[in-house]
Design a binder for this molecule. Structure first.
Ligand code: MG
Length: 159
């Protein structure tokens, strides 16, 4: 049996924070606003995994009202989610991510992002897709106000 889950996240650009996507620091004048480190890629992947495993959602597990998650390293939250999956008898299959943002260009960072996600998930990098595209100048993304990320993930029962 294979189960699939979907995750979505968005964060607003602000000055004075690092831009972290899949744990990779991307050189850019702005970072992302959020209670945690605002790593929208990690957040979308977490929700995709939780959805696939039927284990809830990131906002329930790591509420942004809880001081424990202030400036939290979201890749460590991903580690926690992978542990929860395994405890529930699931292992990650593959993950596919699309990042939508007008700038910066993520081409030079996509491989490192995929490798970082794969290592946290315990799967080969070939089973993690990271794609990036612009929103063709439309809407909040087009105006450079923020970033949106969509992710799908599969999980299979642990044998
Ligand atoms: Mg988020």
């Amino acid at each position: 049996m294979v189960r699939v889950g979907f995750g979505y996240d968005s964060h607003r650009f602000v000055d004075g924070r690092p831009l972290l996507l899949a744990g990779q620091r991307i050189p850019f004048p702005s970072g992302l606003a959020g209670h945690s480190d605002a790593d929208a890629v990690a957040h979308a992947v977490i929700d995709a995994l939780l959805g696939a495993a039927g284990l809830g959602d990131i906002g329930t597990l790591f509420p942004d009202t809880d001081p424990a998650w202030r400036d939290a390293d979201s890749m460590r939250l991903l580690d926690d989610v992978v542990r929860r999956l395994r405890t529930a008898g699931w292992v990650p299959g593959n993950v596919d991510v699309t990042v939508v943002l007008e700038a910066p260009k993520l081409g030079p960072f996509k491989a490192a992002m995929a490798e970082a996600l794969a290592s946290r998930l315990g799967i080969p990098a070939a089973q993690v897709g990271v794609k990036a595209k612009t929103n063709e100048g439309m809407g909040f993304i087009g105006r450079g106000e923020g970033v949106a990320v969509m992710a799908v993930a599969t999980v299979t029962p642990e044998r």
